[in-house]
Design a protein around this ligand. Structure first.
Ligand code: MN
Length: 193
């Protein structure tokens, strides 16, 4: 099937000033779109054309994997935001966070540290492991928990293209700011799945 760029659930200027319209135009409009286009070109005329995106990610490597995983990771990233932020962690989710990190604030600190210390380009992830326990993981480049039997719940993109227009080299400022546009209703749904 042809992989499509999903439409964002908010206007391109709606996350300002946390994520500017210009960043959305480049990060979503150019980078995310390019991964979609590259993937469609790579799978054209191959058996992969019949597979869905997650199947492609789980069964490919090299350029196909990189572009497929980047399509999925970016959709997952963009869909966790909402203008002004919304809701809070559900009771079950908060209990799991407190069990692992003591408090929501301590979890955010740990997640920011993981994101800030990821060397080069990649993604920080909150995941649920096979035992149902929460973990923070770091992935370089297009890395995704989908290939490791982990259930992704939340992710921060720390490729420079995600923040350089708005924050230049101040990656920690970008990370701190993202918490104010999190749609916890969406995150709770991912945790409960
Ligand atoms: Mn990105």
């Amino acid at each position: 099937m042809t992989i499509e760029l999903p439409k964002l659930p908010y206007e391109h200027n709606a996350l300002e000033p946390i994520i500017s319209q210009k960043t959305i135009e480049f990060h979503y409009g150019k980078h995310h779109q390019a991964y979609v286009n590259n993937l469609n070109n790579l799978i054209k005329g191959t058996d992969l054309e019949k597979k869905d995106l997650v199947e492609i990610i789980k069964t490919s490597e090299g350029g196909v994997f990189n572009n497929a995983a980047q399509v999925w990771n970016h959709t997952f990233y963009f869909y966790q935001f909402i203008p002004g932020g919304k809701g809070q962690p559900s009771e079950d989710f908060l209990n799991a966070i407190e069990k692992q990190w003591g408090s929501l604030e301590d979890f955010k600190k740990e997640f920011n540290t993981a994101s800030a210390t990821l060397f080069g380009s990649g993604w920080a992830w909150l995941v649920k492991n096979k035992e149902g326990k929460l973990e923070i993981t770091k992935e370089s480049n297009a890395g995704t928990p989908l290939t490791k039997g982990l259930r992704p719940i939340l992710t921060f993109d720390v490729w420079e293209h995600a923040y350089y227009i708005d924050y230049q080299n101040r990656r920690p400022d970008y990370l701190n700011a993202l918490w104010s546009i999190i749609n916890w209703d969406e995150i709770n749904k991912r945790f409960a799945e």
